[in-house]
Design a protein around this ligand. Structure first.
Ligand SMILES: *[C@@H]1O[C@H](CO)[C@@H](O)[C@H](O)[C@H]1NC(C)=O
Ligand SMILES: *[C@@H]1O[C@H](CO)[C@@H](O)[C@H](O)[C@H]1NC(C)=O
Ligand SMILES: *[C@@H]1O[C@H](CO)[C@@H](O)[C@H](O)[C@H]1NC(C)=O
Ligand SMILES: *[C@@H]1O[C@H](CO)[C@@H](O)[C@H](O)[C@H]1NC(C)=O
Length: 509
């Protein structure tokens, strides 16, 4: 009894299953017969098929004509890697719509030879082929054949004037370690009248201007912003550049030629706005400058906290009057200055030989053991010892330097001075990001005018300047230091004129 009932149940379940299966198979067969005979085609990708390609591929090419789809399929080595399938397809769709827009605007056509740099696994190349730009290829550090071959943006493995269209997506141009070299390579491989299109993060005018300045070859044609595909790149700025045949006519390569004896350099409106947005200058002379000026560092609006500093060729910090390695280079610049993960080259300018020894063991710091001056000549200076400071190191400093004179009262030493403005012009260019700290015991009243006169001032992106004046003394209330002649008013004038000329200068201590 029991065994019969137990065996009877599974039997009836089985027969139901079998019937369902038969019906299902019949339905499938009818559908297949319809597709093949009525629709009259061999299994179109957008239709239901028994021999369908991997589903994700199907999604990508749905909507394309059968011919185009087959063309695409034949170029695809394998379906996207497991796990990234959905992202891959979404990225291809996204790039597809981007490229269709570029086609409709005339920057790209099916006949274009196209290159995608830093293409990764080649979603952008795939999208190009999908819309019919058959002659397209990507380069990336790691090849992903056949869409992407191995190649670095600063050394593209192609001949001159090869491409009609170069694309750089995903904000990857922002992260290139050598953007200027990459820009030169794009210029080289692009045909005259060809277009280069970038998706970058340059959302402020300063970084937009720096970006444009990287390309001597090309003229900006248009720029627009739109929402990105994902959170890793939420807001995209799309910039279209056109390669011109005659580079010399480009205004932006001429405007920054910076530093003829003309004393004029181009200051963009974006830079002027940054200067206006900087922390206000301290207008009234502080009664306790040793407190006020030190505290002011908290108010400083650093340039890299206001703008994106990608798109510069090199990153350079010049410490004029560096003193010991630990004083401003380490305690302030290395630890506190916001560097946006850039590696800075450091130049320490320090004439006092007392500090020279420790620099010998420091890597990535170049010591110039001379005094920053307005020309190459031998100078004399007083060894100054601050009576209020016990420590030899802290109290030690060079007095104001001056050309060698015969009379010498007090402790005087000789030192080699060099033409600082000329050195700066030979060392950095306007495509570099240059931060400078200057603490030169009153010599700023000679150096700053010389920087203006030579145009070298235009090379400095951000300046931290200690202005030396007859300040109130901490040691002795009611007494001013006799070390410097200038007044606070003269210092304020110096800062004001720098800012009016478009130099982002901060009051330093
Ligand atoms: C994010 O979007 C970009 C396109 O702007 C694409 O290249 C990238 O692969 C996407 N990243 C992820 C993690 O999906
Ligand atoms: C630009 O983007 C950065 C993040 O990438 C953001 O911190 C900054 O506020 C943006 N600036 C503007 C002006 O939108
Ligand atoms: C700097 O790099 C670190 C780790 O590599 C990263 O977490 C951080 O977001 C980066 N910062 C900027 C401003 O790019
Ligand atoms: C000053 O000295 C530097 C370094 O020795 C040299 O390169 C430069 O040409 C000199 N300038 C002048 C005007 O003599």
């Amino acid at each position: 009894m029991n065994t019969q009932m137990e065996s009877g149940k599974p039997n009836s379940v089985r027969s139901v299953l079998v019937r369902a299966l038969v019906v299902g198979v019949l339905l499938l067969l009818v559908r297949f017969a319809y597709v093949v005979t009525i629709a009259g085609e061999s299994c179109k990708l957008s239709d239901f098929c028994f021999l369908s390609p991997p589903e994700n591929l199907d999604l990508v090419v749905s909507g394309a004509t059968a011919a185009a789809a087959n063309a695409v399929r034949s170029t695809v080595p394998s379906p996207p890697r497991r796990g990234e399938g959905k992202d891959w397809i979404e990225a291809v769709r996204f790039y597809g719509s981007v490229f269709r827009d570029l086609v409709s605007e005339g920057f790209l056509s099916r006949a274009s030879r196209a290159l995608c740099i830093e293409s990764g696994s080649g979603q952008d190349v795939f999208a190009l082929k999908e819309i019919g730009v058959a002659d397209s290829v990507g380069v990336s550090k790691k090849a992903s054949r056949p869409l992407v071959i191995s190649g670095r943006p600063h050394r593209l493995p192609f001949g001159d004037e090869t491409f009609d269209f170069v694309f750089s997506g995903g904000g990857r141009f922002d992260k290139l370690p050598r953007p200027l070299d990459a820009a030169a390579e794009i210029a080289r491989t692009l045909k005259p009248e060809g277009f280069a299109v970038f998706h970058v993060r340059a959302n402020d005018t300063y970084s937009f201007d720096s970006f444009i300045d990287l390309f001597n070859c090309c003229q900006p044609v248009r720029s627009r912003d739109f929402a990105g595909l994902n959170t890793s790149f939420p807001k995209i700025r799309e910039i279209v550049l056109k390669k011109v045949s005659d580079f010399s006519i480009l205004s932006h390569s001429v405007k920054n030629s910076g530093g003829d004896s003309e004393n004029s350099c181009f200051v963009s409106e974006s830079k002027r706005k940054l200067v206006r947005d900087a922390e206000p200058l301290i207008v009234d002379e502080p009664l306790k400058p040793w407190i006020t000026l030190k505290r002011n560092i908290k108010n400083v609006k650093y340039l890299p906290s206001m703008v994106d500093i990608n798109f510069k060729n090199r990153y350079v910090y010049v410490d004029v009057g560096a003193r010991s390695y630990g004083s401003s280079i380490v305690s302030w610049f290395r630890k506190q200055y916001p560097k946006q993960n850039k590696t800075f080259e450091v130049y320490a300018i320090e004439a006092d030989e007392h500090f020279h020894e420790e620099y010998k063991s420091k890597k990535r710091v170049t010591l110039l053991p001379y005094a920053a001056w307005v020309k190459n000549e031998t100078l004399s200076f007083e060894i100054y010892r601050d009576p209020g400071q016990k420590s030899e190191d802290k109290g030690r400093g060079m007095g104001r330097i001056q050309p060698v004179q015969s009379s010498s009262d007090g402790e005087v030493a000789k030192i080699e001075g060099f033409d600082f403005a000329e050195w700066l012009k030979n060392t950095v260019s306007e495509k570099d990001f240059v931060v400078m700290k200057m603490d030169v015991e009153g010599t700023e009243f000679d150096l700053i005018p010389r920087l203006f006169e030579t145009g070298a001032i235009c090379l400095i992106d951000e300046l931290f300047l200690e202005c030396h004046y007859n300040r109130w003394q901490r040691c002795c209330p009611g007494e001013r230091t006799s070390k410097y002649e200038k007044t606070y008013g003269q210092c304020l004038d110096l800062f004001t004129s720098l800012r009016q000329s478009g130099v982002l200068v901060h009051q330093w201590w």
